[in-house]
Design a protein around this ligand. Sequence first.
Ligand code: HEC
Ligand code: HEC
Length: 184
Amino acid sequence: MMIGLACLAGPVAAQGFDDTKDQCVACHAAGDAAPETPLLGGIDEKYALLQLVAFREGDRPGDVMPSIVGEFSNDDLRAAAAWVASLDPSPVPEDPTEVDAKAAEALATEHRCNICHNADYRGGDQIPPLRNQHAAYLEASLLDYKAERRVGDRAAMVEVAQALSDANITLLATFLANLPDDGD
Ligand code: HEC
Ligand code: HEC
């Protein structure tokens, strides 16, 4: 597969985590990560490991991750997951996008986003956080679940996303990505 992203300096196949970590940072660093590249701060170690294994095993599609971790050993995956879990949550947007918070909160309650991902949307045990994240990534993830391009560990999200209109997916993604740091 061709990898044409500017932040990827060279081919990374057949390398372990230690050789690749600089590239992880380059793509995922909070300041200049592309909107479709997830911010990793706040993700728990078990969720990170599940996703990295899924990329390696071909169970989660991706433009870049499957080839990056394709040759990782189990120890590399564990070291990478521990690194992800050590990162602080990324800063929220300085110039938040206006959104109908009442409508978004009603949707989140109706579809129990705030049960599985926690009332504060910081996720937890094997569950990803939904805040301090790019809206574009949240939206793309929800559309991937809806179309069953991404199924996930327990397939919970396919059912959730298929019950949402595309407009409601955009609303929820925008709302969650713009949640301020100081409140729930
Ligand atoms: C070339 C850019 C790039 C590099 C290098 C890169 N990533 Fe990624 N990463 C992505 C993108 C884009 C995604 C979204 C899935 C996809 O398209 O592959 C992603 C997804 C992830 C996810 C899933 C996050 C979530 O919220 O589900 C984890 C964890 C992750 N990367 C960790 C790493 C680690 C660890 C490294 C280094 C070993 C790394 N990435 C290197 C671009 C990159
Ligand atoms: C029954 C529990 C459950 C409910 C309800 C739920 N989620 Fe999830 N969600 C999960 C799990 C588990 C994952 C990880 C799945 C995987 O492995 O891909 C996840 C993953 C996600 C992701 C991917 C995040 C990332 O970093 O890649 C997004 C976005 C998301 N959920 C948004 C939502 C939204 C928005 C709602 C409400 C409309 C919601 N979820 C409701 C359990 C749930």
